[in-house]
Design a binder for this molecule. Structure first.
Ligand code: NAD
Ligand code: MG
Length: 395
């Protein structure tokens, strides 16, 4: 029997964080929660501390930490409450921790996720933005520290499962021809470009197949999520964008495929429930129960596939351009997208303006090699300033 493994969940109060704790709760003999982290959701964190009794709870915001500390004390719970970004890094890199679930949304997840890789942890990567921003640095940290990097994004988890042998840190690509990266197409798959101008944040966040945080829901609606995933796949599997074909598959049952030189195409299928890739990452190299209902393939009935439309969804083209230019352009793309999505969610810009902001930021970006984390962070800040500038010129 395996020894009890200690887990830190970065972003435990979010959609992926909650699903991770759901899987962990099914296997008390295998996993123990060491640390939980969140930005500010005190009520959810309090409940999670009651249920899982972690050693540490880190709240990014100091006021949230103070409130949580008081409530935990009142209930006599032993969890130690910390705050601030440096403590996110501490609980991700802590020597006692075996597994780190990286489920913070956006660039804020980069430092703790990178720290976990540098300490050679088993890193369950949901936070795709970290890899998009600093893929080169991240992958060399994984290699240098012999970390085990397991993709949690459902498509990348599917690809990982369809590769010939994924038992080593080095991905094996014998006979590999190409990746077929599937996309649901989001809620506006059939909408005209004109109709998309009037989209509201709530419409954009109502994904047909997946229940996710608001930022990734908007990314799925613009298809920037697929653009970020294209970049993520390039880093994870050491392939170029030309080796990846994006295929729209509205049912989200086939989570991605790998084609081989003998004509075989391997696919991973399942219900659209993130607990499947999460359980795969936690249990690896074994398979463990996830709580996901068995796929009823007969009830699913029909599986459709179509080519994406880059005219109506320009974010796909922008991501391809960024990965082709390389360097800091991917960090700039990501930063501009984060700022534009936030502005859209706050109803300061229209849905279709998201791509316009990113396009302008990319045009203004002077490329450089992301040789250090500092260069990446600088590129991120510069692109954010440019994006804010573009947005203020729009209103
Ligand atoms: P979410 O918004 O539901 O949760 C985000 C979590 O991060 C929360 O716990 C929040 O408190 C924390 N957080 C937010 N900002 C922070 C900051 N500045 N500093 C520290 N913590 C912060 O997001 P989600 O849908 O769970 O997505 C998390 C990540 O997983 C994203 O990178 C997303 O792209 C990726 N992902 C999500 C899904 C999904 O189904 N939800 C699928 C694939 C990949
Ligand atoms: Mg995905």
């Amino acid at each position: 029997m395996q020894a009890l493994r200690l887990v830190t969940v970065l972003g435990s109060t979010g959609s992926i964080g909650v699903s991770t704790l759901d899987v962990i709760a099914r296997h008390p003999e295998q996993f123990e929660v060491y640390a939980l982290t969140a930005r500010q959701s005190v009520a959810v964190m309090l409940e999670q501390c009651q249920q899982f009794r972690p050693r540490y709870a880190v709240m990014l915001e100091p006021e949230a930490a103070a409130q949580l500390r008081q409530q935990l004390l009142a209930q006599g719970l032993p969890t130690q409450v910390l705050s601030g970004a440096s403590n996110l890094v501490e609980v991700a890199a802590d020597a006692k921790v075996d597994i780190v679930m990286a489920a913070i949304v956006g660039a804020a997840g980069l430092a703790p996720t990178l720290a976990a890789a540098q300490q050679g942890k088993q890193v369950l990567l949901a936070n795709k933005e970290a890899l998009v921003m600093a893929g080169g640095l991240f992958m060399s940290a994984v290699r240098d520290a012999n970390a085990v990097l397991l993709p949690i994004d459902s498509e990348h988890n599917a690809i990982f499962q369809c590769l010939p042998s994924n038992a080593q840190a080095q991905i094996d690509k014998r006979g590999f021809r190409k990746i077929l990266l599937t996309a649901s197409g989001g809620p506006f798959r059939d909408w005209s470009a004109e109709a998309m101008r009037e989209v509201t944040p709530d419409q954009a966040c109502a994904h047909p197949n997946w229940d996710m945080g608001r930022k990734i829901s908007v990314d799925s609606a613009t298809l920037m999520n697929k653009g970020l995933e294209l970049i993520e796949a390039c880093w994870l599997f050491d392939v170029s964008a030309a080796d990846i074909e994006i295929v729209v598959h509205p049912q989200s049952i086939v989570h991605s495929m790998v084609q081989y030189n003998d004509g075989s195409v391997l696919a991973q299928l399942g219900n659209p429930d993130m607990r499947t890739p999460i359980a795969y990452g936690l249990g690896w190299p074994e398979r463990i129960d996830s709580g996901v209902a068995d796929l009823d393939i007969v009830a699913a009935g029909q599986l459709d596939f179509e080519a994406p439309d880059e005219q109506r969804f320009p974010c796909l083209r922008l991501a391809r351009e960024a990965v082709e230019r390389g360097g800091i352009c991917m960090a700039a793309l990501n930063a501009a997208n984060e700022v534009a999505v936030e502005a859209f969610l706050e109803e300061r810009i229209s849905f279709t303006a998201i791509a316009e902001v990113i396009e302008q930021v990319l045009q203004q970006t002077v490329n450089a090699e992301p040789v250090t984390l500092n260069v990446v962070q600088q590129a991120d800040s510069t692109a954010r300033l440019m994006a804010r500038d573009v947005i203020s010129g729009m209103s």
